[in-house]
Design a protein around this ligand. Structure first.
Ligand code: CA
Length: 241
């Protein structure tokens, strides 16, 4: 599989390229946003480069990584995995809104990165279908929509529905649900949720988190959707469709 690595740090790029090469990837390296955009543009002969995945570092010297993502998304349906040091849920949602397929936070485990690369490549229709363009790609209507049984969480529009009926959530309720829904079954520690959703430390938040969880359970009319893991935090239990 060909992979486009967008990374301005040559040391990071060299180390990562070596690992990726050992796992069978042919790596093309772009050092900035401009090189990344050039790399996905059709050639003078009209050929489109056929990358299986684009790994996009958000901290680039010449352009904002989010803007590069948005431009790349207009040019190709190749899956984009954003790589960044910013771990807060708002940054992740912003990235997904711009068309990123996944989001990896530095420092990452290379085993996890490889698993995510394979996962997005599996979900992608593949380079052969790329000529159809973003608008015609299958599944594009579902981009950024998390489905949990009857619950649909639309990340780009921040809309939530149950059985197709819209549910009005506050901003923090949505952020909390979006965070848990991105990894169903995974236990999120209370400190982690507070830090990502409220962007503050644990002190002084009182029962804010409990109140929001209770409100979500009630508004979604699914008391069992968010499970309390006593002494640890919460996890989202994906209901059967
Ligand atoms: Ca960087």
């Amino acid at each position: 599989m060909r992979l486009l690595l967008v990374e301005d740090d040559d040391h990071v790029a060299a180390a990562l390229s070596a690992i990726l090469a050992r796992h069978g990837f042919a790596v093309t390296h772009a050092r900035n946003g401009e090189e990344a955009l050039q790399a996905v543009l059709p050639t003078a002969q009209g050929d489109r480069p056929s990358y299986g995945v684009i790994l996009l570092d958000l901290g680039l010297p010449d352009q904002d990584g989010y803007q590069v993502c948005a431009r790349v998304r207009k040019l190709t349906t190749t899956p984009v995995i954003m790589v960044t040091a910013r771990s807060d849920v708002r940054s992740r949602i912003h990235g997904l809104n711009l068309g990123a397929d996944d989001y990896v936070v530095k420092p990452y485990d290379t085993g996890e990165l490889l698993a995510r690369i394979h996962a997005v490549a599996r979900r992608s229709p593949g380079p052969a279908d790329d000529a159809a363009g973003p608008a015609g790609s299958p599944g594009s209507a579902e981009a950024g929509v998390l489905r949990l049984g009857a619950v649909a969480v639309e990340l780009p529009t921040r809309r939530v529905s149950v059985d197709g009926e819209p549910v009005a959530l506050t901003r923090k309720e949505f952020d909390l649900l979006a965070l848990l829904a991105q990894r169903p079954g995974v236990v999120f520690r209370r400190e982690q949720i507070i830090s990502e959703v409220w962007q503050t430390s644990w002190e002084g938040t009182g029962r804010t988190l409990e109140v929001h969880v209770a409100s979500l359970r009630s508004k979604l009319r699914m008391p069992a959707l968010i499970e309390t893991v006593r002494g640890v935090g919460y996890r989202l239990v994906a209901p059967a469709a």
